[in-house]
Design a protein around this ligand. Structure first.
Ligand code: APR
Length: 232
């Protein structure tokens, strides 16, 4: 049965109250990327970076999944083939909305990583500066999120899924950050039908066969209904 691959970005969590990055007033208008989302920024001022992620971790933990997250979970349950959700988001709203098989290519706020030994463990709400690693005890704990200049997670697996996709949907992403912005090219090479669902056309909108403009809580459930209506 046809495989569906879905890429989501911050726009799918916007109506759950979590800020996007590049919209008016977004996170990158409040913080400089090089200060809070790079390894160099973390080395320069770990307190600023831990504070940035502590605030986002608490906010994300209080947020509720919205109708778009729930609709994707419904698609996974109702579609006879595999539905893979690849998300750039570090919140856990896909899982909270009932989705499984979610690949967090930029990591998760709920995860902690030791910069020295690579050990991973559940992050505390408030991660301290020089928090000791539970495995090697060195003061090198960091949020398990992928910063600019670092390699996103699950890339081999994601490219394999994209090459096998019959249907590719990009939801709530501005298409300005690679490798995610290039996923539509991989899907096209594999012969997938590509649809973009976003409030505004992304930087790569012209590469999609279809555009569904609007808020995710409206466009995604309607799109899922259409896809599931094809299931004989
Ligand atoms: N419904 C649907 N789409 C929305 C909504 C909404 N309610 N609100 C905003 N959007 C769309 C915007 O039109 C935009 O296309 O979501 C997108 C948000 O774009 P960005 O803020 O750039 O977020 P994203 O594409 O996820 O950023 C990718 O950049 O900074 C890095 O690691 C960070 O994962 C992030 C990556």
């Amino acid at each position: 049965m046809d495989k569906i691959v879905i890429l989501t970005g911050a726009g799918i969590s916007a109506e759950s109250g979590l800020g996007t990055f590049r919209d008016e007033g977004g996170l990158w208008s409040q913080h400089r990327i090089e200060d809070v989302a790079t390894p160099e920024g973390f080395a320069r001022d770990p307190a600023l970076v831990q504070g940035f992620y502590n605030a986002r971790r608490v906010q994300a933990a209080q947020a509720k999944p919205n109708a778009a997250h729930a609709a994707l979970a419904r698609l996974q349950r109702g579609w006879p083939g595999e539905v893979v959700i690849v998300t750039q988001n570090v919140d856990a709203l896909h899982e909270a909305g009932g989705a499984t098989d979610v690949l967090h290519m930029h990591g998760t706020l709920a995860g902690a990583l030791c910069g020295a030994c690579g050990h991973r463990w559940p992050a505390p709400d408030e991660m301290k500066v020089a928090e000791p690693c539970p495995a090697c005890a060195r003061p090198t704990a960091r949020p398990d999120v992928v910063w600019f200049g670092e390699m996103p997670y699950f890339m081999d697996e994601i490219f394999a899924h994209l090459s096998q996709a019959a249907l590719f949907a990009a939801i709530g992403t501005s298409g300005q950050v690679y490798p995610a912005a290039g996923f539509v090219e991989e899907a096209l090479m594999g012969g997938a039908h590509c649809v973009e669902l976003s409030l505004e056309p992304s930087a790569v909108a012209s590469r999609f066969h279809e555009q569904r403009e609007g808020r995710a809580t409206e466009t995604v459930p309607a799109w899922v209904d259409e896809v599931l209506a094809r299931v004989e």
